[in-house]
Ligand binder design. Sequence first.
Ligand SMILES: [Zn+2]
Ligand SMILES: [Zn+2]
Length: 202
Amino acid sequence: MIDKAICPICGKPKKPWFALCWECTEKEKQKPKCEVCGTEVPEGHTLCRPHWKEKFEGKKQLQSIEYVKNKKEVEFKEKFEGKYYFNSQRVKSKSELLICYFFTANNINFQYEPAMRLGDNDIRPDFVIDDHKGNYIILEHFGLNDSSYKIKQEIKEREYQKLCAQESCFSFISTNEEDMHNLKDRLGKKLNETPLKRVLWK
Ligand SMILES: [Zn+2]
Ligand SMILES: [Zn+2]
């Protein structure tokens, strides 16, 4: 029997919705992982073996074959370049990096993509904030606008709203690309509708 209230790594009490306790989630994040697939890699490495090979061979290929350049090069760039890091942890986009900076400037205790379990689903919200008063604020950043993404977005939103209705310690907010132009006002305002209310945001 798995005890949902005990952290499987350190044995200390944890909240049932999270896979690990807050500290172990943090420690897990510090372990080096492949930038592409996320599997654990030895210290000092940034790619797993198959992805390292792919990058190495892909580079050679890009140099030698001119005519496949366009599409292949874009794919290659997306996979291996243009990455964003916060405290040596990879984040998915520049916007998410800005949110990390905003949280840090405001001394907010947050986790990026912590492993959680809701009902039968394993999920990883973009951000979870612990306000140290027993409240958790989930933030999803919705960075795209196309229709298939919108459908996924709505499903996610409904799931989080359901969680918040069931568990009073959870709040859910989301950001979009528009919010990035003025995080202080726009994210600040959204956070003010959660238990994290503050008079001033930096
Ligand atoms: Zn633990
Ligand atoms: Zn990999």
